[in-house]
Design a binder for this molecule. Structure first.
Ligand SMILES: Cc1ncc(COP(=O)(O)O)c(C=O)c1O
Length: 453
């Protein structure tokens, strides 16, 4: 019998997060204080984050225990299933084996809940009563709304204005779980007012929404800030995905030749790929490929530089592949992939040539999403549809070469709130857009120069 779902029991769920920093041969460049340009210390982050998360951010320990109370919550949707895409393989007429790790079965519909509940838990432990955050497509905001609801914490979400209007149902979901949602740029913060003064029609960006959420938290004593991607501790929480996937592949008697995932800030893919890095470092022949949009090509066209995480320049400087923090993304439908930078861990792995990157257009992405939906049933979110495009292209190459490669792809969420985007694709109204390299060079002239050591 050919297995379709490779499942783990609750007892097999990981009880520790895996910290890839412990296996890095070359250390990462530290985040810098934007004023002094010196490495940040834990105290610099204390106005925004609870100390437990700050210690995870800088930890070099190989494993960090998942508290029992959190494991109990994780068990509501974890372990998540690994599927073998038999029907898709048949539709593509490929000898390749395609597996997908599906995170869309969480109540919030994506991987984001894995870190949302962890962040709410540690903030609650430190006595915090209110969090602020930003959200693009609304996936992260809705996950954190539920995380905060579980732990009795208030939440204010700054939602990128274009998504606020394109995706009213995500806003309603956040409100259903008790969050207050504001379209960003807003009049509620200095950062928002500054952006609106320059252009009242500004559609918003994740960078601006981060500026607003950070300012709000930094100016209120009872309030902390929470980020859904990019930072080390967020990626750490997502490693439950890859640890499970590794065990599931083992149960299937298989090991991936290629691992593919989409990257917005880097968290879902890092969570999937990082547990495979020790094997790769030891010489295992596995290709790890990041999929990003042509319209927001942080790795494939960005420059590896220190840059701000937000638009206004309130956050620490992070060494990352960046399109420049003033980048206002084109209105593509993968709202979660429109961030100007990338997780420093992903950037470091890319710089060390442990992972590769490729950029795809949104029409090709939706074409893959629709054929996936028609064969496997699940309607993917536009973000992981980028990964499906790349995985399906690899499977099609196998059709040409006759190779029986094993492909593992991260399916980070479902697209039930993205049907407007599907509608535009199906009616032929979706534009393709390549972000020009010249604009990156121009944007980065405004970034503080940090002397290379
Ligand atoms: C379903 C889904 N996948 C992927 C992403 C991209 O974020 P990250 O790269 O942090 O996983 C998002 C962001 O909102 C998302 O909602």
């Amino acid at each position: 019998m050919d297995l379709v779902k490779i499942e783990l029991s609750e007892k097999e769920m990981p009880t520790r997060w895996y910290n890839v920093l412990s296996d890095m041969r070359v250390p990462m460049s530290p985040p810098l204080h934007p004023g002094t340009l010196q490495p940040l210390g834990p105290a610099d982050l204390a106005p925004l984050f609870p100390m437990a998360l700050i210690m995870q951010e800088v930890s070099q320990d190989r494993y960090i225990d998942i508290p029992e109370e959190l494991q109990q919550i994780y068990r509501m949707w974890r372990p998540s299933p690994l599927f073998r895409a038999h029907r898709l393989e048949k539709a593509l007429d490929t000898p390749a084996k395609i597996y997908y790790k599906y995170e869309g079965g969480s109540p919030a519909g994506s991987h984001k809940l894995n870190t949302a509940v962890a962040q709410a838990f540690y903030n609650k432990q430190e006595g915090i009563t209110k969090l602020t955050t930003e959200t693009g497509a609304g996936q992260w905001g809705s996950a954190l709304a539920l995380g905060c609801q579980f732990f009795g914490i208030e939440l204010k979400v700054y939602m990128v204005k274009v998504s606020y209007h394109q995706k009213p149902y995500r806003r309603i979901l956040m409100e259903t779980w008790g969050a207050q949602v504001t379209a960003s740029p807003s009049q509620d913060t200095n950062a928002g007012r500054q952006v609106l003064a320059q252009n009242p029609e500004n559609p918003g960006s994740l960078g601006t929404a981060i500026s607003e959420a950070v300012e709000d938290a930094a100016t209120h004593d009872d309030t902390h800030y929470s980020l859904g991607s990019v930072l080390n501790h967020v990626l750490l929480h997502q490693t439950v995905i890859g640890q499970e996937a590794k065990l599931q592949m083992e149960k299937a008697g298989d090991y991936p030749d290629i691992i593919v995932g989409c990257i917005g800030g880097g968290s879902n893919f890092a969570g999937l790929l990082m547990p495979f890095i020790p094997d790769k470092v030891k010489g295992k022949n596995v290709r790890i490929v990041c999929a990003e949009p042509e319209a927001c090509p942080s790795l494939t066209k960005g420059l590896y530089r220190y840059d701000f995480g937000d638009t206004i320049g309130l956050t620490p400087l992070l060494k990352m592949y960046t399109l420049g923090h003033t980048f206002t993304p084109p209105r593509i439908h993968a709202g979660g992939l429109r961030y100007h930078g990338m997780a420093p861990i992903i950037c470091h792995l890319y710089d060390q040539k442990l992972i590769e990157a490729t950029a795809v257009h949104q029409n090709a992405t939706f074409e893959a999403a629709v054929s996936f939906a028609r064969s496997e049933g699940i309607v993917p979110a536009p973000e992981p549809a980028h990964a499906l495009r790349v995985a399906m292209d690899e499977a099609l190459k196998c059709r040409e070469s006759g190779e029986k490669k094993t492909i593992l792809v991260g399916l980070s969420g479902h697209g039930h709130f993205d049907l407007g985007a599907y509608d535009e694709y199906l009616s032929g109204n979706l534009p393709d857009y390549s972000y020009p390299r010249e604009l990156v060079e121009e944007a980065l002239t405004h970034v503080p120069q940090v002397p290379e050591k």
